[in-house]
Write a protein that binds this ligand. Sequence first.
Ligand code: F6P
Length: 341
Amino acid sequence: MRIGVLTSGGDCPGLNAVIRSVVHRAVVDHGDEVIGFRDGWKGLLECDYLKLDLDAVGGILARGGTILGSSRVQPSHLRDGVQRAKGHVEELGLDAIIPIGGEGTLKAARLMYDSGLPIVGVPKTIDNDIAVTDVTFGFDTAVGVATEALDRLKTTAESHQRVLVVEVMGRHTGWIALHSGMAAGAHAIVVPERPFDIEELARRVGERFEAGKRFAIVVAAEGAKPKAGSMEFDEGGKDIYGHERFAGIARQLSIELEERLGKEARPVILGHVQRGGTPTAYDRVLATRFGWHAVEAVHRGEFGKMTALRGTDIVMVPLAAAVETLKTVPVERYDEAECVL
Ligand code: F6P
């Protein structure tokens, strides 16, 4: 068989582990040929690819980023995108394409499948917000990075008796905020799923100082918003691909809290550091399993599906189900964290 692989959308620790796993399973075990498209769907649209053999994937298991490069270009962005991609699949004699990506990429994958292409998807995102899989690789690494940062920030916050408002990634969901906040013992967490009341947040942080504590850590998912009318809030805008470009919840919250509490408050934006660097062992294993199962699905001719983790098993689920809705943090989880507003 001839299989094409691509990585699309925001990168994520573990992408290289999937690519390596696909090549090992397909080339070594099945005798397939694998090619990798450069920079996501863009590579397929422009017929820009490289041969992926054992040498090409040597030593990449623990490497962050993606050796194939990524972009946010989707076939539907171009008028003739889908037709062009189909033409290249035919020209190259591909029996299957394995796109590895998040929400946008999986939507494009579904569109390509619906237009007749043999697609098997692999979900990825540090945000952990893809429905129908219990976990996505990249999340564990991101939570680890954010937790380490929060641990470090606690010591400097305490030295200066400050409130630190730490912004973590999470456009639509608060998974990273919740898990890193719980792991580091944050004093308040705000998430996109539940708009917060600024007075309530200030009261909680204020009570901590009144109880004699010398600092406070607030974790804010970048997509968190205040309740309508609770404070003046700049939501930001959109980038050229229609993705949210946030105006900075940490900056806005630190100003509000400083005013209300009379305590120094500083914003800390963790940003892309959460996506960079080497994946954790958990993410490497999950990514490797996804790659292996994607190749098996290709050989069974099980197209229009993606790999997913259910409990401890890897299963195949329809792409259609995966893109219907996002996996938000269930309300019961807020109680367990004890400090989600
Ligand atoms: O990968 C998902 C994500 O990490 C979001 O949480 C974040 O808003 C976005 O990517 C940032 O993407 P970009 O690299 O395009 O700024």
